[in-house]
Ligand binder design. Structure first.
Ligand code: ATP
Ligand code: MG
Length: 396
């Protein structure tokens, strides 16, 4: 079986129960495709009973669940030193090669056990040494630290520890509406939003026919990739052509980006309120492009009341790219299909848009009607990683 460790030290008692219940739910959901696997929660950790399923692929799946600190394949024995020795030998025999070292580390949480930690270390270590050819002990830097945990429920032995993602289980911190473009940044912002336990829904602004079906498909694939970490994700696709056409006709060219963003925020806020999301989240960082100055953010933020999370605010582009490669969104993000912003991009956008002039630029637009109309025609689709068929057809 697999031992799953979790736990934010700072968790309060009451939160802890919610944390555990949610984590258990998320792990079960993640492991649903593996038949026969069961999950059990006991005393501040969880056990995944493999029942014959592949430990490697299940460990990898668990390494995509927020809230898990580490995972170890473990063997459980009864509270009997003979059994412990047998299990330790079985674990270490696999590594019996020249120049390989190990060390037994016993943790005795169960004080009823007749031997002390030191005695267990010695007996188990001696048994392994006697029955293998090459293994040696190295107490300082062993290749394989063999941990023996003696607990009331039995004895647990393991040699490996695979790191998890950390963070909080998705669903313990409320819901946020992520503005998801087809670029590199916003999927990473989605990842970091989920990392702190937030469930996300995504909203994408689509300017068909100026932007193609393929660019929409790209955003759907990014949503699917984020679902690896967050369970099923709803994607709201907003028809944005009408608004963009109006903006182009009615606004000074240098203000089109700022006004367009204000519409995105207004619409996202309405969708958030409809769906019970408590904030918006974007892939903005500071100083990256013209629309990402503090002056721009202020002009754009003015039209919403909900908090706007910007998880990438302090990151450099290279760091963001690094994360996007790690989480598997990069390859999709760099596909060349145009985005609604690139189609309508002005020659010289305002980098420090003045608030008053921004408002004036909207004076000839029927803001309320345009927003309501877009919201009304928004379509929602739900994505999980499981529908791989569609994903594959995209690349041929
Ligand atoms: P990204 O790499 O995420 O596309 P960017 O560097 O291209 O970001 P901007 O074009 O200024 O930056 O967009 C800033 C943020 O606005 C994006 O990260 C995203 O959250 C949101 N956004 C932009 N275009 C769209 C869109 N078509 N649909 C939904 N959200 C969008
Ligand atoms: Mg972009």
């Amino acid at each position: 079986m697999l031992l799953v460790r979790y736990g934010e030290l700072a968790l309060k008692k009451r939160n802890r129960r919610m944390f555990e219940e949610r984590l258990l739910h998320n792990i079960r959901q993640k492991l649903d495709p593996f038949s026969g696997v069961t999950v059990q929660q006991t005393f501040g950790r969880m056990f995944v009973h493999l029942n014959g399923a592949d430990a490697v692929s299940i460990t990898q799946a668990l390494q995509q669940v927020f809230g898990i600190v580490s995972v170890s394949p473990v063997v459980r024995t009864e509270l009997d030193i003979g059994e412990v020795k047998g299990a330790a030998l079985a674990l270490m025999e696999k590594h019996d090669m020249p120049n390989v070292t190990f060390k037994v580390e016993t943790q005795r949480a169960n004080k009823q056990f007749p031997l002390t930690s030191q005695e267990v270390n010695r007996e188990v270590g001696a048994h392994v040494l006697r029955n293998t050819r090459h293994l040696k002990v190295d107490v300082h830097e062993p290749d394989y630290p063999l941990t023996v945990e003696i607990r009331p429920q039995g004895v647990f032995l393991y040699t490996e520890r695979f790191p998890g993602l950390g963070g909080l289980p998705v669903g313990t911190s409320g819901k946020v509406m992520l503005l998801l473009s087809g670029g590199i940044d916003s999927p990473v912002a989605g990842y970091f939003t989920m990392k702190r336990g937030v469930e996300i829904e995504a909203v994408h602004f689509h300017s068909y026919p100026y932007t193609s079906e393929r660019s929409l498909k790209k955003v759907e694939d990014l949503t699917r990739q984020l679902a690896v970490y967050g369970g099923p994700i709803h994607l709201h696709v907003v028809p944005f052509t009408e608004i963009q056409t109006n903006i182009r006709e009615q606004c000074e060219e240098s203000f089109t980006i700022t006004v367009m963003r204000r519409f995105m925020f207004r619409i996202a806020q309405q969708l958030a309120e409809k769906r019970g999301a408590l904030a918006l989240s974007t892939g903005e960082s500071l100083g990256q492009v013209a629309s990402q100055t503090l002056e721009s953010m202020r002009a754009i933020n003015e039209v919403v009341q909900l908090p706007v999370l910007r998880p990438l605010i302090g990151m450099d582009k290279q760091e963001i790219i690094g994360v996007s490669k790690e989480i598997g969104t990069y390859e999709t993000s760099i596909l060349p299909y145009e985005d609604c912003c690139t189609v309508f991009v002005p020659k010289s956008p305002q980098t420090r848009p003045n608030l008053e002039r921004t408002r004036q630029n909207e004076a000839n637009l029927d803001v309320e009607e345009l927003v309501n109309d877009a919201v009304q025609h928004t379509e929602m689709k739900t994505f999980t990683l499981d529908d791989k068929r569609e994903f594959a057809s995209y690349f041929d």
